[in-house]
Design a protein around this ligand. Structure first.
Ligand SMILES: *Cc1c(COP(=O)(O)O)cnc(C)c1O
Length: 499
């Protein structure tokens, strides 16, 4: 591997004085002293110096070490790594969109306001809520915004003692984190053995905390991929005690065309455009987490918001003029590029086809589950929605863990599923195929998963030392998390410390 260039950092390939460019001669004699003092550096920037071909090969080889949906199957549960159609990128890259400046006068970008507005309306229609804001830039950001709206609602009614948020123990980690950032206290609600919310536990928590309850946050299907059948009952209980219902709609794909959070009794929700409505989102971004509210709560939404005026058939931007609104939660109007991709995705599917997203995502997940449950431990039987969780291999005598299975999958060219989440099981292996995969791809994955289960019995060592075919073998996760080296400077320091 070391004779391949990709073993090195670009800094290590640097040769002093080497260049990958030539500039025309310039007459102006430039002196550092011409620059204002505060803009001058004491030392030249330490940049790599390479010829063009070295740079091109370096980055091309690096890109080969990456893995994305465009390379292969990516069944990462709770992340909805679906295919991102090329047309999304083409639209988002159009000059009319890519070159707009957020400080440009509004009159010069009226058509963009129509896009914002149409997207707000589409999301409202798909979810059964009244109004949406597109400001928040991620799912967790949407959760925080939604909870702030809920707090504002209670404050507006003189009910600010409501500081408790009920959250099921199966929830995504961002739910309790957002509640804490919002200054609220998390009260955990237990799950039953079938993975759904324990309504009796909820009942006793409501009796205990009553008028302190601000909201209940729910994910449906929950993070185990199970449809929460008791939502009307739960919503009634929470509403009767004065709390609001919050819906985590990060992964809304199994619901599209089937049912709507607004119709189930939810008051506030967020959607991850970068999951449910495509958009690449590996490695932390870019994202968009619009927040929707039911009729009567729109006065608490953040601004700026785009509004449509029927009488003049015109759009305008509403800013902080409403005294109940919290103001802005992000820069300008949010992440426009992601919105364009989601908007394109919604329009290219159209009203009829978007109704197929939920059923297909559900069918694919159930097909994989049923084809593998004789060799992988299925802790919760029954029909799942877009994803499901195995509790490791069925045969526990081999000592092969979920981590080993995940690493071995890389050898076969698949991205690993989500592992060790949710925390309800010791060996969680969470699979979400999404609706965009063909039967052939899914069958190929099933075949490999069965092969790995066989290997676990016949050659467990092979799995425990996997992966064997990737550029980097088994990494030390704990060391990487506790002692990250992310810059060249840190690497040099680390080398010096070791010497
Ligand atoms: C991904 C996800 C989130 C958080 O979304 P981010 O954009 O990563 O902040 C919240 N809840 C659920 C259920 C998710 O899957």
């Amino acid at each position: 591997m070391n004779n391949r260039l990709y073993g090195n950092l670009i800094f290590e390939l640097s040769k002093s004085g080497r260049k990958g460019y030539s500039l025309p001669k310039y007459d102006y004699k430039y002196h550092t002293s011409d620059l204002p003092e505060e803009l001058r550096r004491e030392k030249d920037a330490e940049l790599p110096e390479c010829d063009e071909l070295t740079v091109v090969r370096h980055y091309t080889n690096l890109s080969h070490n990456n893995f994305g949906v465009n390379d292969g199957f990516y069944p990462l549960g709770s992340c909805t790594m679906k295919y991102n159609p090329i047309i999304n990128e083409e639209i988002a890259n159009m000059e009319a969109f890519a070159n707009v400046h957020p400080l440009q006068p509004i009159e010069t970008c009226k058509p963009l306001l129509k896009i914002y507005h149409d997207l707000q309306k589409s999301l409202a229609e798909l979810t059964g809520l009244k109004e949406f804001t597109l400001n928040p830039c991620a799912g967790a950001h949407g959760e925080l915004t939604g909870l702030m709206i809920i707090c504002d609602y209670h404050r507006h009614r003189g009910d600010e003692q409501r500081k408790k948020v009920l959250i099921p123990d199966s929830a995504h980690g961002t739910n309790p984190a957002s509640a804490a950032v919002c200054g609220l206290d998390v009260v955990e609600v237990k799950s039953l053995s079938d993975g759904t919310v324990d309504v009796n536990d909820l009942k006793s928590l409501i009796e205990q905390y009553g008028s302190e309850i601000a909201a209940m946050m729910m994910t449906n299907p929950n993070t185990l991929g199970i449809f929460e059948r008791n939502i009307p009952k739960i919503a009634k209980m929470v509403h009767e005690c004065g709390g609001l219902m919050y819906y985590d709609g990060a992964n809304l794909n199994p619901m599209l065309g089937e049912c709507r959070p607004g119709d189930m009794g939810f008051d506030v929700m967020h959607i991850n455009l970068h999951k449910t409505f495509s958009t690449p989102h590996g490695g932390g971004g870019p994202g968009s987490g619009p927040v929707g509210v039911r009729d009567g709560l729109e006065m608490f939404l953040p601004t700026p918001r785009v509004v449509y005026h029927d009488s003049t058939d015109d759009y305008s931007v509403e800013t902080d003029k409403m005294e109940t609104a919290m103001g802005s939660v992000g820069a300008f109007f949010g992440n426009f590029g992601v919105m364009l991709k989601a908007y394109t995705y919604i329009l290219s599917l159209g009203k009829k086809n978007i109704k197929m997203v939920g059923p297909l995502a559900t069918l694919n997940a159930n097909y994989i589950k049923e084809c593998l449950k004789d060799v992988y431990e299925l802790p919760i039987e029954g029909v799942c929605k877009h994803e499901f969780v195995f509790d490791g291999l069925k045969d526990k005598s081999t000592g092969v863990t979920t981590m080993d299975v995940a690493k071995r999958l890389l050898d076969y060219g698949y991205h690993a599923p989500t592992i060790y989440f949710p925390l309800l099981f010791h060996e969680s292996l969470m699979i979400e195929p999404t609706e965009s995969e063909s039967k052939e791809t899914i069958d190929g994955f099933i075949e490999v998963m069965r092969k790995i289960a066989k290997e676990a019995i016949e050659q467990p060592e092979l799995l425990k030392t996997a992966p064997h075919t990737t550029p980097i073998g088994r990494v030390d996760d704990v060391l990487a998390a506790k002692h990250p080296i992310v810059t060249y400077k840190q690497l040099l320091e680390d080398k010096m410390n070791q010497a």
